[in-house]
Design a protein around this ligand. Structure first.
Ligand SMILES: Nc1ncnc2c1ncn2[C@@H]1O[C@H](COP(=O)(O)OP(=O)(O)O)[C@@H](O)[C@H]1O
Ligand SMILES: [Mg+2]
Length: 225
């Protein structure tokens, strides 16, 4: 594996059994490389296997076949404890419906992933404030999730995914709840993180987002086409 590649999938497949015996190949023999500091995008219609692929690459789910190499180690073989440590230290997740904690303010929500870690509270506050500004919600620092629009909540969720300075960000339909302007600013923000050597994988049905990608793959019925 060349050393500018962070994650590499080889011959990845995932099958589900639907009903009694219908086999669904949600991911079918996919090869993919995610280089360091690049934004890789997978597009395709609903049901084409994008979320399944993302979940396997991030260690949330196991493949039926194939390997997921993270710096030459196959994470598909790791147990849940090792995967949890990997995700905590290296991975940021952005989902379309990523619930914020309702009893915490926007600022506290962004900070919350760092509370269990040995990081000074001053440093935590500084990072959270910087991200609040980057997602354009500095004036909403003390608001609770119920007081924010869907798009604003999504931007707070994105800031929260970034606060741990992950090496890779996995984003599943990150702009699904956003209008065009907000979607563009979120994509620019994700793209800006690649300049600090963070890798980003975005999966989306929205073909318009391709212009933000360094590499794009199109998925159809579990395969890259
Ligand atoms: N847990 C599951 N059990 C059975 N089938 C599943 C499961 N998750 C996904 N699938 C099927 O796998 C295919 C791909 O789903 P998914 O990865 O969610 O696609 P996408 O994210 O592109 O919409 C679909 O046919 C879906 O119905
Ligand atoms: Mg999906």
């Amino acid at each position: 594996m060349s050393n500018n590649v962070l994650i590499e999938a080889k011959n990845l497949s995932k099958e589900y059994i639907r009903g009694k015996k219908e086999v669904v190949m949600a991911v079918n023999d996919v090869d993919l490389q995610i280089p360091k500091g690049k934004l890789v995008m997978v597009t395709g219609p609903s049901g084409s296997g994008k979320s399944t692929l993302l979940n396997i690459l991030s260690g949330l789910d196991k493949p039926s076949e194939g390997k997921v190499l993270y710096e030459d180690e196959n994470i598909a073989e790791w147990d849940e404890e090792k995967l949890a440590t990997f995700r905590r230290g290296n991975v940021g997740f952005i989902f379309q419906n990523w619930e914020l904690i309702r009893i915490m303010t926007a600022l506290e929500n962004i900070e919350s992933p760092l509370y269990p870690l040995k990081i000074k509270s001053k440093e935590i506050r500084m990072r959270a404030i910087s991200l609040l500004k980057q997602v354009g919600l500095w004036d909403k620092a003390d608001n609770y999730p119920d007081e924010l629009s869907g798009g604003e909540q999504q931007r707070i969720g994105i800031a929260r995914a970034l606060v741990g300075k992950p090496r890779i960000i996995f984003a599943d339909e990150p702009t699904g709840n956003l209008d065009q302007d907000n979607a563009a600013s979120i994509m620019r923000l994700l793209k800006s993180f690649t300049k600090r050597d963070t890798s980003v994988l975005v999966v989306t049905h929205n073909e318009d987002l391709k212009r933000y990608a360094d590499t794009t793959h199109r998925m159809s019925s579990g395969r890259f086409v």
